[in-house]
Design a protein around this ligand. Structure first.
Ligand SMILES: [Zn+2]
Ligand SMILES: [Zn+2]
Length: 562
C-alpha cells in the first residue's frame, strides 16, 4: 500500500448552509495523522420552536477526539462577533488548546469571560494586527479587513502546500469611521505570491454592487440627530463601535449628551475606550442621568435592536424601564438590520413605540444602517486581488453559497467547491493529480445551552419539552398491593390541558374513567407488574384524550407498590 500524501483540508463544523455558529477547521498532513487548526467558535440564536433554549452552538466532538490524539494545535478568532466567538467560554474546556487573536477581540472575549462566574482561564496568544503566528504546520497572518466591529481579520494560512486565505467577515470600506480598512495592496500582494484557495464570506452574495460606507451612515445619522426637535434614541448592535462613535460625534456637535443603556453595550464601550477607539469624545452618561437632561439635549444609545424582550428598547416600548421613558414627538432610530427570525419581535416594539406617539426611523426610511459583509462587486474585487485556484464559499445559507459559487466561477476560479457543515474538502495535495473536492465527512451536530448546561440537540429532554408545549402533561399515580389490587383512589394531575373535551365532558372525568376502566380490565398477572400497569395506563389515558380532545399529551404514570 502506498503512503498517503500530505494534504491540506478544510471542513466546517458550523456556519455553512446556515447563518451563525461559525467553526471552521483546517487540517494538514497525511490522512489519519493530520494536525488541526480551528477558526472561530460562534453561537447562533435559537428559534422560538425550541422551548427554553436561547443559544445554539456547534458540537465539537470531532475536535475533542483530535485533541485526545494530540492533533489540535490551536484556535484562531477572526473577530469579536457572537457568531464567531460566542461559544468560547462554554466550549473552550472541551478543546483546551491555545487561542490566538488580536488585541480588541482578545479584550472583548476576556471582558465577556470575566462576566461569567466560574468561567475557565483561557490561554490567549495576542497577535498584533498584521502580525503572524506559527501554529503547528500553519503560519498564520492576521490580515486587517473592514467589518462592522473593530479589529476584524482575514487569515493568511501558509503551509508547505500553499497559501489559503480565510476571509472571515469582511467588506471593502475605505472610510470605516473606526477600525480596519481592507488594504488593496496587501491583498493583491497575496495574489502575486500565489493563492491556492480562498474560503470566503457569502452573506451578501445575492446583493448587487458595493456596500455603502460607514461614513455615509454617519452623515445620515448626524443630519437626523441635528434636525430632531426632541429626544433621540438610537438602537444598534452593541459591538458596532464605529456606529456608536458616529452617534456620539453627532450628539456632541449638536450640544447633546449621550446616555448609554444596556449591559452588553457598556462592556463593549469600556473595551473600546481602553483601546483608544473613542478618543476625543466626552464620557457617556449612565441611564440615571437621563431624567435630568432637557429633551433636546439628549441622545440615548440603546441595546435591543433585535426585539430582545429583556433589552432596554423593549422595556422602553412597554413603558416599563426604570430610568428611560419617551414622549410623543421623540424619535427612535433603528440603526440596525432585523436578523431573519426576529421580525415579529421587532415589529411588536415598533408598533408599541408608534402607539406612544414616537417617530420611528428604520433602514426603510434612509441609510441609517449598512451591512458589514461584501456585496457582489466587493466579492469580484477580492477575486481580482487574490486570483485563487480554488474557492470555497462559506458563511451563508444555501442560496448565498450557490450565488457565491456562480460568481466565483464567473470570476475565473477554476475549482469551486460547494460544501455543507460536515463535508471535508481537499484544498491541496502533495499529489498534484488530486483535485480540490469533498473527500470525507466529519461528525457535526448542535449543542443547546439549557440553563447552565449543554445538551445535544437530539437529547430527549428537548423533544419532551416541545411535546409538553404542544399538548401538556398528565400525571397519574396509582397505589397497588403486592397481590395486584388497587389501594385507594388513583391521583390525577393535569398541566396545560383544557378543562373540557369536544363533547363538553370534563377531561378530568375522561381521564379518571379511562384509568378505572383500564385497571378493571387488566388481567391478574399483568397487575402484579408495575411497569406493565404503567404502560397500559399511559396508553389508555392518551387514547381517551385523543378521542375527546384530539391531542395526546405526555403522560407520566407512577405505580407505587404498597
Ligand atoms: Zn462578523
Ligand atoms: Zn459572521
Amino acid at each position: 500500500m502506498s503512503k498517503s500524501p500530505d494534504e491540506l483540508v478544510f471542513a466546517a463544523l458550523g456556519g455553512v448552509g446556515e447563518i451563525g455558529m461559525n467553526l471552521g477547521v483546517y487540517g494538514y498532513g497525511p490522512k489519519n495523522r493530520r494536525k488541526w487548526l480551528a477558526v472561530d467558535l460562534g453561537i447562533s440564536f435559537a428559534p422560538p420552536e425550541i422551548p427554553g433554549i436561547d443559544i445554539i452552538m456547534p458540537d465539537v466532538a470531532f475536535l475533542e477526539e483530535e485533541r485526545e490524539r494530540g492533533n489540535l494545535v490551536g484556535l484562531v478568532l477572526t473577530h469579536g462577533h457572537e457568531d464567531h466567538v460566542g461559544a468560547l467560554v462554554d466550549l473552550w474546556p472541551k478543546l483546551g488548546c491555545p487561542v490566538y487573536t488580536t488585541p480588541f477581540t482578545h479584550a472583548l472575549a476576556e471582558a465577556r469571560r470575566l462576566g461569567e462566574p466560574g468561567a475557565p482561564k483561557i490561554p490567549f496568544h495576542v497577535v498584533p494586527s498584521g502580525g503572524r503566528a506559527q501554529i503547528g504546520p500553519f503560519d498564520v497572518e492576521f490580515l486587517p479587513v473592514a467589518h462592522s466591529i473593530p479589529d476584524s481579520h482575514a487569515l493568511g494560512l501558509r503551509t508547505a502546500l500553499g497559501l489559503v486565505v480565510h476571509t472571515g467577515d469582511w467588506k471593502i470600506d475605505p472610510t470605516p469611521v473606526v477600525g480596519n480598512v481592507t488594504d488593496p495592496a496587501r491583498f493583491s500582494a497575496l495574489g502575486d505570491e500565489g493563492v491556492r484557495a480562498v474560503v470566503c464570506d457569502s452573506t451578501n452574495a445575492i446583493r448587487e454592487g458595493i456596500s455603502p460606507s460607514e461614513t455615509d451612515v454617519q452623515g445620515v445619522l448626524a443630519e437626523l440627530i441635528g434636525k430632531a426637535p426632541h429626544r433621540v434614541a438610537v438602537t444598534t448592535f452593541a459591538s458596532n463601535v464605529a456606529r456608536i462613535r458616529s452617534i456620539a460625534e453627532a450628539a456632541m456637535r449638536t450640544g447633546r449628551e449621550c446616555v448609554l443603556v444596556g449591559r452588553a453595550m457598556e462592556r463593549v464601550i469600556t473595551v473600546a475606550r481602553e483601546q483608544h477607539l473613542l478618543d476625543g469624545l466626552p464620557p457617556f452618561r449612565s441611564a440615571d442621568a437621563y431624567g435630568f437632561l432637557p429633551r433636546d439635549k439628549v441622545v440615548a444609545i440603546l441595546t435591543g435592536s433585535q426585539g430582545e424582550p429583556r433589552a432596554a428598547l423593549a422595556r422602553i416600548a412597554d413603558d416599563d424601564h426604570p430610568e428611560i421613558a419617551l414622549s410623543p414627538g421623540d424619535q427612535v432610530i433603528f440603526s440596525s438590520r432585523t436578523i431573519p427570525g426576529n421580525e415579529r419581535a421587532v415589529n411588536r416594539i415598533i408598533n408599541a413605540l408608534v402607539l406612544q406617539g414616537v417617530k420611528v426611523i428604520t433602514d426603510r426610511d434612509g441609510l441609517v444602517h449598512v451591512s458589514g459583509h461584501p456585496r457582489r462587486g466587493e466579492l469580484e474585487q477580492m477575486y481580482k486581488w487574490l486570483r485563487p485556484q480554488v474557492s470555497v464559499p462559506v458563511h451563508g445559507e444555501p442560496l448565498h453559497l450557490s450565488e457565491h459559487a456562480d460568481l466565483a466561477r464567473a470570476a475565473g476560479v477554476r475549482e469551486v467547491v460547494r460544501l455543507v457543515d460536515g463535508d471535508m474538502v481537499r484544498l491541496a495535495s502533495a499529489d498534484p493529480s488530486l483535485a480540490a473536492e469533498v473527500i470525507e465527512e466529519v461528525p457535526v451536530g448542535r449543542l443547546y445551552k439549557d440553563g447552565h448546561v449543554l445538551v445535544a440537540s437530539a437529547d430527549s429532554s428537548i423533544a419532551e419539552r416541545r411535546r409538553m408545549s404542544f399538548a401538556g402533561l398528565v400525571s397519574v399515580a396509582v397505589a397497588m398491593s403486592a397481590k395486584g389490587e388497587v389501594v385507594g383512589d388513583p391521583m390525577i394531575d393535569l398541566s396545560g390541558v383544557p378543562q373540557r373535551g369536544s363533547g363538553g365532558k370534563l377531561l378530568d372525568d375522561v381521564i379518571e374513567d379511562a384509568v378505572l376502566d383500564c385497571l378493571d380490565g387488566l388481567p391478574k398477572p399483568r397487575r402484579r407488574d408495575p411497569d406493565a400497569v404503567a404502560e397500559s395506563l399511559t396508553r389508555a389515558v392518551r387514547g381517551a384524550l385523543n378521542a375527546s380532545w384530539g391531542k395526546k399529551p405526555l403522560c407520566h404514570v407512577l405505580v407505587i407498590t404498597v
